[in-house]
Design a protein. Structure first.
Lengths: 267, 344
């Protein structure tokens, strides 16, 4: 679905990602992992078409990203920004209906099909009861779920999510991870999401992309890439992988004697 | 089904606002130091429409409706420009004057008044000032207005807003300079221009053309405006050409403001409070907000201007005083009501 070739990303003079050759296919769920400032969001904004590539190309369905007309592109990929600043008192239902914008340049008011899509998305994210609320009065987690609902209502084959688990409580983090995994498995959508929770990534993603922040990267199926040594080198902190009851659990390893801060022991 | 406000209800809202505006216009025609009796209204109107205003009532009506039409188009333009400016800088506290368009117009108009120029030169000065300041601002902040897909994050840097505010204060310094060196005899006219005054205005076609054009174009963009107001530059991912939309808003609101200040001087308050009040009353959806604000702004200024020339008749007050005197309490009351109903 999306292919990058020799993609290089820079912010000011700093090299973040160098010559990334990467391919995301339908039905795959990718998790982008890396330390703060490693270029995860920059990569996502680049493949969303929000900023130009510093070198190399990004193609979507075989067509270079800059050649896509904006409305057509908006029917192919949806993008969840890391944060939102709500300046105006839109109601929740209005923000979700707005995600239907790419589908009808000719309509002035939304039709009943748009309402149906919006309602389904709100129900899926468990926020239907908030439909008439002013978005500025929502809690952080509720706002995040509404934003993800809008993404679903946009109904695109490719979903790009910048830290979708942000501000969500534990139950909704798990539910959201399952929801995204289901979209890939059952509907063949492609997902690229950024996350800091390795366990959520392991549970929901099929593939992982590690960004080191100095140009290095590694991409592949989670089983090949999410290894303790690779993750530790990428994140700058040793990672312990524990098998427990048939599940794989990722933990930050305790620092050894020479280490700085003693981590709380895991019982 | 989750109910959003139905189109039928929105149409009813607009019809109601239109009726109010019409009532304000009729009131403006009837009221004055010499009242026109309602019974004479049809005949006088007929005389006006056939182009031969004969008799006292028809003449009065011609004068008053001419002024009222100026008031309406000015108020509507200011309110519409206010809505656009607030969407452009994504800040509900912005008004059409925040980027210095009116301050530029004031420099031009006051310079003309200072040298005792003819009235049409004052208007021309105002227009030239407004256009000059807009062009300067566009050059200085064009990075903020272009971009979009180009890479620079648009709008969030505040370059446009800051540049506008700084240019406005530079213009205000020039205005103060001119006021302080102006001879006594011309000071009154200059101060009245600053406050905003509709005395002596009559039928003019150009502001109506600009208003109608701006409103029609803006309505076509209303959905995109909603998306941009909500998502800022991420609106690109919903298919909105943010850079083009921001340039459109800049040019459109600049033209509307220039038109308004050229007609009536820098009438304060309408461009900030009418959009605000409409947002509170009808919600932030631009598809309804744009026409509603235009109707409400026009009606409000007609009402204020009618009061300005009748309250202390035969003395005429500058309408800018009235807009503030009516607007502030109404607005505060509404704000208070809102907080009582929806405590945060």
């Amino acid at each position: 679905m999306i292919v990058t070739h020799d993609l290089t990303l820079r912010v000011d003079a700093r090299l973040l990602v160098e010559r990334l050759d990467w391919r995301v296919d339908a039905g795959q769920s990718w998790c982008v992992i890396g330390p703060n400032g490693a270029g995860k969001s920059t990569l996502l904004r680049t493949i969303a078409g929000l900023r130009p590539a510093d070198a190399g190309t990004v193609t979507l369905k075989g067509k270079p990203l800059p050649d896509w007309p904006l409305p057509a592109l908006a029917r192919e990929r949806a993008y969840l920004a890391q944060s939102r600043g709500d300046a105006f008192a839109y109601r929740v239902i209005e923000t979700v209906l707005m995600a239907r914008h790419p589908y009808h340049a000719d309509r002035y008011w939304e039709g009943s099909d748009d309402h149906a899509a919006a309602e389904l998305a709100l129900r899926t994210l468990d926020v239907l009861h908030l439909a008439q609320r002013d978005v500025r009065t929502l809690s952080g987690g509720e706002r995040q779920r509404v934003a993800i609902a809008a993404l679903l209502a946009q109904d695109t084959p490719l979903l790009l999510l910048d830290e979708p688990a942000n501000a969500l409580d534990l139950a909704h983090q798990v539910a959201m991870t399952g929801l995204l995994a289901g979209l890939c498995r059952e509907q063949g959508r492609a997902i690229v999401s950024i996350g800091h929770d390795l366990n959520l990534a392991w549970g929901g993603a099929t593939h992982a992309l590690l960004l080191h922040g100095d140009g290095q990267w590694r991409a592949g199926p989670v089983g090949e890439v999410m290894r303790a040594d690779l993750l530790g080198a990428c994140l700058g902190h040793p990672i312990a992988v524990i098998e427990h009851g048939g599940r794989t659990i990722f933990l930050p390893a305790a620092q050894d004697a020479a280490g700085t801060v003693p981590m709380r022991r895991v019982q | 089904m989750v109910a959003a406000t139905s189109p039928a209800r929105r149409r009813a809202t607009l019809a109601l606002l239109g009726a109010c505006a019409l009532a304000a216009l009729v009131g403006a025609g009837l009221a004055g130091s010499v009242a026109v009796p309602v019974a004479e209204l049809p005949r006088a109107l007929a005389g006006l429409l056939t182009g031969s205003p004969d008799g006292m009532a028809a003449t009065l009506l011609d004068l008053r409706l001419g002024r009222a039409s100026s008031a309406f188009v000015t108020g509507a333009a200011l309110a519409l420009a206010g809505v656009m400016m607030q969407a452009l800088v994504r800040n509900p506290l912005a008004d059409p004057y925040v980027l210095g368009v009116s301050a530029g117009a004031a420099v031009g108009a006051l310079a003309a008044l200072l040298f005792g120029a003819a009235l049409w030169l004052v208007d021309l000065g105002a227009l030239a000032g407004a256009v000059a300041i807009s062009l300067l601002l566009y050059l200085l902040a064009r990075r903020d207005l272009s971009g979009g897909r180009g890479g620079v994050r648009t709008g969030e840097s505040g370059v446009l807003l800051l540049t506008g505010v700084v240019l406005a204060s530079a213009c205000m310094a020039l205005v103060t300079l001119m006021l302080s060196v102006a001879p006594e005899s011309r000071l009154r006219g200059m101060v009245f221009w600053m406050i905003g005054d509709l005395a002596g205005t009559s039928w003019r076609l150009l502001p109506w053309v600009v208003l109608a054009g701006a409103l029609l174009l803006a309505l076509r963009q209303a959905r995109a405006l909603n998306v941009m107001a909500l998502h800022a530059d991420a609106a690109v991912t919903l298919g909105v050409n943010v850079a083009r939309l921001r340039r459109f808003l800049f040019i459109c609101s600049g033209l509307l403001t220039a038109c308004a200040v050229t007609t009536g001087g820098s009438i304060g308050f309408v461009g900030l409070v009418v959009p605000h009040a409409c947002r509170h009353a009808f919600g932030p959806d631009h598809r309804l907000l744009l026409p509603a604000a235009a109707l409400a702004g026009g009606g409000f200024l007609v009402l204020a201007d009618t009061l300005a020339r009748t309250v202390l008749a035969p003395q005429q007050l500058p309408v800018g005083v009235l807009t503030s005197l009516i607007g502030v309490p109404v607005f505060l009351f509404q704000l208070h009501q809102l907080h009582v109903r929806h405590p945060r």
